[in-house]
Structures are given as C-alpha cells and as structure tokens.
Design a protein around this ligand. Sequence first.
Ligand code: NAD
Length: 355
Amino acid sequence: MKPFVYNSSASRVVFGAGSLKQLEEEISLLGAKRALVLSTPEQRASAEKVAALIGDRCAGIFDQAVMHVPIETAREARRHAEELNADCAVAIGGGSTTGLGKAIALESSLPILAIPTTYAGSEMTPIYGITEAGLKKTGRDPRVLPKTVIYDPELSVGLPVGLSVTSGINALAHAAEGLYAQDANPIMSLFAEEGIRALAEGLPQVVSNPQDIEARSKCLYGAWLCGAVLGNVGMALHHKLCHTLGGTYNLPHAETHTIVLPHALAYNAAAAPEAMQRIARALGTADAAQGVFDLAQSLGAPTALKTLGFSADELDRCAEIATQNAYANPRPIDRSSIRALLENAYHGTRPAATA
Ligand code: NAD
C-alpha cells in the first residue's frame, strides 16, 4: 500500500429527514446565543422559517447571498454580523450561501452552522472563495469549515429537478477526482466510491419523483461524502477546467461540471486505471467516462458547452488559460490535447470507451 497522510477535520454532522428541528439545540451546543441567518434572496422564506424555529436565538436575517461571493456582499454581511453582535452564522442554502458564511468566518472566526439544500458540498470544506474586481480568489483556512452541518433531506425536495441532477454530478466530480488525487488516501477513496454509488442510485429516483425522501436522502448522503473528499484531497484537471470556464466565461457552476466531467475522465483514463475502475464500479457501468456521460444524458442534463452559450471562437483561449498553472494531474497536461477535450465538451460528443 502507498504511504499516506490522513487528517480528519472536525465537523459535527446531524443527518435525517426532519433534523432541522434540532437546530436550536445545535446552536446551543456551539455555545451560541445570537445567530445571523444567511440565505439567497430566492430562499428568504427558508431563512424566515429558520428564524421562527430558533426564536430569541435569531439575531437577524441577511438574504443577499449570490454566486461567487462578491467582496461587497461579504463586507455588508460582516458589518451586519458585527452590528447585530452575532455569535454564529446559520447558512441555509447551497454553495453560494455557505460561501458567504465562510467570508464572514474568515475575518471574525464566527462559527458556521450549515444547512445545505443543494449537493455542492461546500459545507464539508475549508475552502473559501471571494470575488474582487471580477477575479475570484480562493484559499484554505480551517476557520471557514462549518462546525456543525445539519443535512435534512426534506429541505432539498424543492430543489428543481434540473439543478438536482447537475448539482449531484458536481458532487460526483469531487469524488471522481479524489480517487486519482496526488494525495489520495484509502479513507477518502472509500468516501468517494460510496458517494458516487449513492448519487448514481439516488439521482434517477429523484428525477422520477422529486418528493421521494428516501431518494433525496441518498443524494444528500452522497453529496456529504463527496464534499468531504473535496475538503480533504487535492483536485485535478476537471476542477481546473471548470474554474476556468466559470471564472473567465461566467458559465453556470453545476452545469459546467456536468458537461466537462466525462471528458476529463476520458483524458485521464489511461493514467489512472484503478480510479476509473472504482468510478465505473460505483456507477454500475463498464466505463467511467461513458458512465458519467450516459447518466447525465439519461437524466436530461446538458451535455454540450455550446448549449450554455460558450462560443467555439473561445476554444483556443480557454485551452491556453486552462493549461497555465495546471493542477497536479495523473496525465501530463498539453495544450493541444486540452483543446481537443474542450472541443468534445463543446459539441457534447460521447467519449470513446477507455476501459
Ligand atoms: P447556489 O448556492 O448558487 O444555488 C443556486 C440557486 O438555487 C440559488 O438561487 C439558491 O437559492 C437556489 N436553491 C438552493 N437550494 C434550493 C432548494 N432546496 N430549493 C430551491 N432553490 C434552491 O448553487 P450551488 O451549486 O450549491 O453552489 C455554487 C457555488 O458554490 C459556486 O460559487 C461554487 O464555486 C461554490 N462552491 C464552493 C465550494 C467550496 O468548497 N468552497 C464547493 C462547492 C461549490
């Protein structure tokens, strides 16, 4: 066995349908009395529900979370937290809302209690991102890792089916790359394989019945495991491509991950055979790259970058940017192969069998 380092990070996880009811008790376990509740404007009603549930322990609501955490929003939220004398932040929503909580915690060390309602996985990572003058800066800091996470599948029932699928495949991408990460370890690989299996089983059931709590539970459980992988081991080519497409071309986060993943896996297949076998086994298919492509297509998710408004004229520049400061990757990165990968993702071509 390859030597490895395993560092477990200390988050408390409360999982189960109806577990939101435990929120007040969980806030008190953190030693907090005045929670600032965070949400996007679209999820204001959920924030109000949380506020009502915790009564006097709610210091106020800040409902201005948006994608990629603009510095101006982060500053306003920090000011709110200070003025209200908040001693913890409760973030109810997806990666954008958790991200806002992280921006507050980065300066104040305010503990975060996260209540995820998508499958993005940010609640399990010490990674933050803040956008200033159009540039997203990311970093790692243990202060931004939520102290407690309440996973209540009832809260994801309202997540639109399209976003459920792309968000689920976004989660799957963390696990897939975790399996061939430079610093992969056997524990996170167990999380990764089980996370992919749970999502591959749960997502089709969510598509046939979005109200199915068992199916929602499987997806949320899978998202938790995949998020933990993202938080604990390094990501590779797929994440670099998605950061480029999201950061430079402002393409939507979860959809971009869904389209690019099969192509990134096909690119790495020959260099990471064991990881591919585990991904394929978890998906119940013969080939990892084709398995992800077929899963996305069968669930009605987008498969081509051109459908997101990405222009073919940008392929050369995108390949150029994506190959600068490349992340560690099993197969060496070269610009013409990356351009070919991007062209396949642009057209939505099903990857050739690699197994
Ligand atoms: P999101 O948080 O931007 O949510 C998308 C939309 O869906 C929002 O309008 C939100 O209010 C709405 N929504 C969320 N849950 C809902 C529900 N259950 N019902 C109805 N509507 C709901 O999307 P996301 O994909 O979760 O997060 C994307 C952001 O998170 C990106 O900025 C990404 O970079 C970041 N992210 C960070 C990390 C990390 O480790 N730091 C990890 C993953 C994602």
